[in-house]
Design a protein around this ligand. Structure first.
Ligand SMILES: *Cc1c(COP(=O)(O)O)cnc(C)c1O
Length: 410
């Protein structure tokens, strides 16, 4: 397996990109699906924005260093990665807040319909935000419907206002068919909101090509924007006239510096801005997004699929495939850029693996999740990681007391 891995690494057209990232010596990082690694350019930008822009140029930086344009500019850098033509993506807030905005606006656009449907195993924040809206608007205006992922298509009917789906399931990694589902929903007059948390930077997304209505996503996972980096929101051009989000703050005003007491939204996707953007975070994000300028998403997808397959082969070669039950789809075409394995001791195994220099993560109740980030992970590392796992299992290291207590963040 080692020589196969080394061969794959030699043929890897993305291998050189690793130099654009800091990765700690002796660590194999299989959790870039939760927090992307630090790009060299992002670190340099953080120093510059603090020392020079904030430290020296102070408030003049809003114009001098175009801080005011960062949300739209970062949106334009993300747009090609998710198949969006210019003028439809902006960076702001978190996915949760952006979901609140987009769901509120979409409900307003769907007069006479109140149901918002999503999957029971969606990322909880997506469900919580619908719950919050229901609390606020009342059941008559906003009704939450939860469906099994496998049954979602049969649940779509004319009473549903909005379908909210995460394209790649955060646990299983199952990849939904955006084109087909969007089309089915549109046939019933349903607006679709796609959560791209595990898609953006992981695989090619074609929002315009699939005739998508709205999307949200985060930038701290595969886009490497840094912990808590601002999220993004996509509003299809054709909806921008009618779309009106409820957190009508001054940054989304047509003329924020006229300080007019009457709110008048700026036309277009910019209306999604509410308050002052997190300039330091967004500057760092901009530098991180520049890493993608010459990256072909099809190559990323090819390598990501090859990594998933190779990881499974490594498990088999080490005799671990029976013990770790893969709950992700069998076919790489139906997966995002991660694999999840069920194991009774998943949490403790993950802790022992981290101690051995391999960072993956645990998702309650019993999943070990492994993420593949093609920009900076090699096939040889995957082979080494599985070998370390083999030792942990052989020596039953996961039974040690130190690995049993569950920390706040898993
Ligand atoms: C990571 C993730 C989020 C995170 O939401 P924030 O509000 O940005 O913290 C939301 N949805 C999904 C599917 C995720 O995986």
């Amino acid at each position: 397996m080692l020589s196969i891995a080394q061969n794959l690494d030699r043929q890897d057209a993305l291998a050189a990109l690793r130099q654009q990232f800091y990765l700690p010596q002796g660590t194999i990082y299989l959790d870039g699906n939760s927090l992307g690694a630090l790009p060299v350019a992002a670190k340099e930008r953080a120093v510059e924005v603090v020392n020079q822009q904030w430290g020296q140029d102070l408030i003049t930086s809003w114009n001098k260093h175009a801080w005011i344009d960062l949300p739209l500019h970062c949106g334009e850098l993300i747009a090609p990665l998710i198949g969006a033509a210019p003028g439809q993506v902006i960076c702001c807030d978190s996915i949760s807040v952006n979901l609140f905005k987009v769901l509120s606006a979409a409900l307003q656009m769907q007069k006479g319909r109140s149901k918002v449907i999503t999957t029971v195993d969606n990322f909880p924040t997506d469900i919580y935000v619908i719950e919050g809206l229901r609390q606020q608007l009342g059941e008559v205006s906003c009704e939450l419907v939860l469906s099994e992922e496998s049954e979602i298509e049969t649940q779509l009917d004319e009473r549903i206002a909005i379908l909210l789906l995460t394209q790649v399931n955060f646990r299983s990694g199952r990849l939904l068919d955006m084109r087909r589902i969007t089309e089915l929903a549109h046939e019933k007059g349903i607006l679709v909101v796609w959560d791209l948390a595990h898609s953006a930077g992981a695989l090619p997304v074609k929002l315009d090509g699939c005739n998508a209505d709205f999307a949200v996503g985060c930038t701290y996972k595969y886009l490497n924007g840094g912990p808590g980096a601002p999220a993004f929101i996509y509003v299809a051009q054709r909806h921008q006239g009618e779309f009106q989000q409820p957190i009508s703050g001054w940054m989304g005003h047509a003329a924020p510096f006229s300080f007019n007491s009457a709110y008048a939204p700026v036309p277009g996707v910019k209306q999604n801005l509410s308050g002052t953007p997190a300039v330091i975070a967004m500057s760092v994000l901009e530098a991180a997004l520049n890493v993608w300028s010459d990256v072909d998403m099809l190559r990323v997808r090819q390598k990501s699929m090859a990594m998933g397959e190779f990881f499974l082969e490594c498990l088999k070669a080490c005799g671990l495939d029976d013990e770790f039950v893969c709950v992700s789809p069998d076919s790489a075409l139906e997966r995002g850029s991660q694999l999840a394995f069920q194991h009774q001791h998943a949490y403790a195994i993950c802790q022992a693996w981290i101690d051995a220099g391999v960072i993956a993560d645990f998702r309650a109740p019993d999943l070990l999740r492994v993420g593949f980030t093609p920009l900076y992970i090699s096939f040889e590392e995957l082979w080494q990681a599985v070998n370390k796992l083999k030792l942990i299992m052989e020596n039953k290291e996961y039974l040690r007391d130190a690995y049993q207590s569950i920390q706040t963040v898993t």
